[in-house]
Design a protein around this ligand. Structure first.
Ligand SMILES: Cc1cc2nc3c(=O)[nH]c(=O)nc-3n(C[C@H](O)[C@H](O)[C@H](O)COP(=O)(O)OP(=O)(O)OC[C@H]3O[C@@H](n4cnc5c(N)ncnc54)[C@H](O)[C@@H]3O)c2cc1C
Length: 383
């Protein structure tokens, strides 16, 4: 089937061929960051695809960025190492001042500046974002920040971070969503001057970290938009993030389905290909059907986003369906490979671990169901 942005897809798939399973297996074993892969993607311009042309990007729609991420995943690579360089700048683009945009966006587009850290989650608030406790107080032209964040990805490989903080205590605000602000933190100036980064080892190689803020000073000019309005700015960026991650899951699912169907055709047991048995065939066919259905919603969500229409429910549904399709496809792929599915050299178990994340982050399945139940089906909100 000829897909949208087929030329981009072909070029991304070609680039990814240089980053073989062995490359990823060795990074995985040593828990190392895929610097060469990220460098190649940066140089090719794919990570700045969403930045408008006036700031040095390609100015393409979200659907094109989805095509890039899907192909990366389908080829067996892992876009999780750098996907945030594509979309974190959206907060700056939509809500930053002209001076901030002119200062930062061209350098982000060229890759000179890496903006791929996005700090929201905290140990004590979890999904309940309005209860974040990281505080920023304005003193003599600087925000002084104290608190901690957890599971913040790629901070050791980022020059800038978009950080959500509380600037007014929750109990002094009219609404719990008021009183939070977004700051652009320069990691290079902050490390060792009030910011400490501690890596968290996770079940996949994801460069995740804990952050400790101990009176970190950030210039007041690094406030994005208006003080107290940060929550709405973060929510604005969530739809794009969910749609893009859903596209990655479609890529993962297709990786598993490609591998499983090829193996089922080739592997012979009892004197015939295992794929001749419908017990092997049908789960792969079912995973394909589920993936195609999920992909249709991902494309619908991306198209609404690109038309500037409200797409919250579609973005959420796309992420839920695609993350479940990729997990199901991964499970089926392991079953098809039998014992070999567990051997690292086949890359199946690595991709299986990697794709599991997307039922939890950036938002968990339960929270998506809660959105659909309350926004679309009119049921009462439980929290
Ligand atoms: C590898 C990794 C990378 C990440 N990267 C980032 C990042 O870069 N930046 C960032 O800010 N965050 C990041 N996160 C955090 C991620 O977004 C959160 O882990 C996720 O949103 C869930 O929050 P939590 O872990 O605190 O779970 P909790 O909020 O403690 O929830 C635990 C479980 O309970 C369920 N639950 C909670 N409340 C309800 C309810 N009312 N109804 C039904 N179910 C409920 C949740 O669905 C979840 O399954 C990352 C996480 C991981 C694991």
């Amino acid at each position: 089937m000829i897909e949208q942005y087929q030329d981009i897809r072909d070029a991304v798939a070609k680039l990814c061929q240089s980053f073989t399973g062995q490359y990823w297996q060795s990074l995985d074993a040593d828990n190392e960051y895929p610097t060469a892969f990220v460098q190649a993607l940066t140089e090719s311009g794919y990570l700045s695809i969403l930045i408008p042309e006036e700031y040095g990007g390609a100015g393409l729609p979200l659907a094109a960025a989805c095509a890039v991420l899907e192909e990366i995943q389908r080829s067996g690579c892992n876009g999780g190492a750098c996907h945030a360089q594509m979309y974190t700048m959206g907060t700056l683009l939509r809500h930053g001042s002209d001076a901030q945009k002119e200062h930062y966006l061209p350098a982000i587009a060229s890759g000179e500046l890496r903006l791929q850290a996005f700090g929201v989650t905290e140990p004590d608030s979890g999904t309940d974002t309005t209860r974040i406790q990281t505080r920023a107080t304005l003193v003599d032209g600087h925000y002084v920040i104290s608190g901690k964040k957890v599971f913040i990805s790629r901070t050791e490989h980022s020059d800038l971070m978009v950080l959500l903080v509380r600037t007014t205590p929750r109990d002094e605000c009219k609404k719990p969503t008021d009183g939070m602000s977004v700051l652009l933190v320069d990691m290079r100036e902050s490390l060792g001057n009030g910011l400490t980064i501690k890596p968290i080892k996770t079940m996949m190689n994801h460069a995740s970290t804990e952050l400790f803020f101990d009176d970190l000073k950030v210039p007041a000019s690094n406030l994005i938009g208006k003080e107290g309005k940060g929550f709405s700015y973060i929510v604005d960026g969530m739809n794009a993030e969910r749609i893009l991650i859903a596209a990655e899951c479609i890529g993962d699912a297709r990786f598993f389905i490609d591998r499983a169907s090829a193996y089922a055709r080739e592997r012979e047991v009892f004197g015939r290909p295992i794929g001749l048995n419908q017990g092997v065939q049908f789960p792969i066919a079912r995973a394909h059907v589920q993936t195609e259905a999920a992909d249709a919603i991902v494309k619908r969500a991306a198209a609404s986003y690109d038309r500037g229409e409200p797409c919250g429910t579609d973005a959420n549904m796309a992420k839920l369906l695609a993350s479940e399709a990729s997990w199901q496809a991964g499970d089926t792929c392991i079953q098809t490979f039998g014992g070999y599915g567990f051997a690292t050299e086949y890359d199946i178990e690595r991709k299986f671990r990697e794709t599991r994340l997307y039922q939890v982050a950036p938002v968990s399945t339960n929270l998506i169901l809660s959105h659909v139940a309350t926004h679309d089906l009119g049921m009462p909100k439980s929290f």
